[in-house]
Design a protein. Structure first.
Length: 325
């Protein structure tokens, strides 16, 4: 027999088991009552109310205990409700955007509804508008809102990362590299997608009809130098030997490609590029004559030159103006 000390009445009792804590059923029932006596406390990190058996517990969860930042959930909810951007709030408190998202969702505030109305600056808007004419595509979610998707092969990873750096405030997940089986980008590609946004929805609504890109003169007239530079970097090319260019219009029909040719001629005050049908892919492209190629390169070169892996597209222009050829 072993002699133990009762945890409730502190009386000694004999037992055959070393782990027995209580001397009787009455003491055992009393212990259960005491265990259910929880304390109502306030978390030192997030400010929420919680219950605990430990009177001196400071944090409501392991997460709050591990991340002892000096902020209050109610402050974050208040700032967002007053119109502050969640990303700016995250920067203010030096916490991840995912933490702000979790706090908003816990407080009954939709993170998506807040980010949807986030303002895009002119560069970001131009990147979307020009990109949708090239390799970028937009998808519509069931609510009718649009998000943009970007994908490039290994030789243009730097170009994709450049796009990501400009749109980082509208992207939840950094670019990911994955194997591809369609052969369009080789054996692998890198991609990222934006969240749904009012500006993206507005631009995509002007271009898409029944999930198909349909170019119009009104859309073309909204393009600026940055948009054209992105479009050219996506789908344009130049012949260094003859100083001629090519612009792929694979996304568009014959009449739409002809509309683009006429618009380029008017914008740059020169002759129209030649419309060519590629029998291999059964799609159209524009052959740009020397004068038009030079004028386009002169406009977009300052932008193209900021992306090292794409600088070759206007290298001939820089050589020409520097007197190297």
């Amino acid at each position: 027999m072993l002699t133990n000390l009762c945890k409730i009445c502190n009386n000694k009792f004999e037992t055959n088991l070393s782990f027995t804590k209580y001397c009787s059923d009455d003491c055992r029932k009393q212990a259960r009552i005491l265990e259910n006596n929880r304390y109502t406390l306030t978390c030192n990190r997030c400010g929420c109310s919680f219950q605990s058996y430990a009177k001196r517990q400071k944090y409501c969860s392991v997460t709050c205990g591990a991340m002892r930042h000096d902020y209050n959930k109610n402050d974050i909810l208040r700032l967002v409700s007053e119109g502050e951007d969640p990303i700016d709030v995250a920067k203010l408190f030096i916490i991840p955007v995912s933490t702000v998202r979790a706090i908003l969702q816990h407080g009954g505030v939709s993170f998506t509804s807040v980010t949807y109305n986030r303002h895009m600056n002119q560069v970001q808007e131009s990147l979307i508008r020009g990109g949708l004419l090239g390799d970028t595509h937009a998808s519509r979610v069931p609510s009718g809102k649009y998000r943009a998707h970007f994908v490039h092969g290994p030789l243009q990873y730097q170009y994709l990362d450049w796009k990501y750096s400009l749109l980082i405030d509208f992207v939840n997940t950094p670019p990911k590299t994955a194997l591809t089986c369609d052969g369009a980008f080789g054996t692998e590609s890198r991609t990222f997608s934006t969240v749904t946004n009012a500006t993206i929805t507005n631009i995509a609504s002007q271009l898409y009809s029944d999930n198909i890109k349909r170019i119009s003169i009104n859309y073309l007239n909204l393009l600026d130098s940055f948009s054209i530079a992105v479009w050219f970097m996506d789908d344009g090319s130049l012949s260094r030997s003859r100083y001629k260019g090519n612009l792929s219009t694979h996304n568009f029909t014959e009449s739409e490609s002809q509309l683009i040719a006429s618009w380029l001629a008017v914008r740059y005050e020169t002759g129209e590029p030649h419309l060519v049908f590629d029998y291999r892919c059964q799609k159209y492209s524009l052959h740009v004559h020397a004068e038009l190629a030079y004028k386009i390169a002169a406009e977009i070169n300052p932008i193209v030159f900021t992306v090292p892996c794409m600088a070759y597209k206007t290298e001939w222009y820089r050589s020409k103006i520097n007197g190297c050829c």
